[in-house]
Design a protein around this ligand. Sequence first.
Ligand code: NDP
Length: 246
Amino acid sequence: MNELQDLKALVTGGSRGIGAATAIALAERGADVALTYNNSADAAAKAVKEIEALGRRAFALEVDAADAVAVADGVQRAADQLGGLDILVNNAGVGAIGPITELTLADLDRVLAVNVRGVYAATQAAVPLLSDGGRVIHLGSCAAGRVTSPGMTLYAMSKAALVGLSKGLARELGSRGITSNVVQPGPIDTDMNPADGPFAAAQIGDLALDRFGKPAEVAAAIAFLAGPHGAYMTGTELTIDGGHTA
Ligand code: NDP
């Protein structure tokens, strides 16, 4: 399982959940990994240790995804420490639940700052550094394509923006052999959306499969897109949602 041997990857929000699972999945396949975190320094250090135990290099960088200047600096530092950049996984994200009449413009700004502006800033900084044949992978959501309950308007809007960003990038970067894709998970058991949380039963009721997904199941799809078998997939959405959209 060495299809990413010696490639260099940056995973934003790699301290917990899908991001941590992705950082480890990429390392398992041979990549060196830089990961960013905001609040969870201990969890980030744990992920670094797990990657080092796999025999790969790992770096944790404290970078607030809502701060575009810090994000650009973090991308540069990651590439410097790794000695290049082949794979960018834009994973850092925040949830937002509530009706449009209750969520404030401050909520709008906070969610867009992390879920959209931070992704744009990371990608903008990464593009000149990425190797030809590289990969940009964004964590969107199945809610970008189908919203099954009220209260998801802001979150769905933020994730739908990544589809446009990714398609545009695919056109911009195709001549360099760089692909850009959105991975769209359904309910995945993480701190953001725990399988025993208050909204879990309703989400499971909407799936073809009767369980939440695991972070490793999303990470495996990201690793596929990052690897040689994903070379001809670009500008598209890869849905891993237990049948949410079936
Ligand atoms: P978690 O809340 O479990 O983890 C979020 C990760 O993002 C953490 O590592 C966190 O770091 C990081 N993060 C959050 N805000 C910032 C910030 N301002 N700056 C830097 N890092 C930040 O989320 P998930 O693992 O569940 O989600 C990962 C991605 O997948 C998100 O984009 C999410 O929207 C998406 N997704 C998740 C689904 C689910 O059901 N879980 C479904 C569909 C999409 P720290 O703790 O250090 O702040």
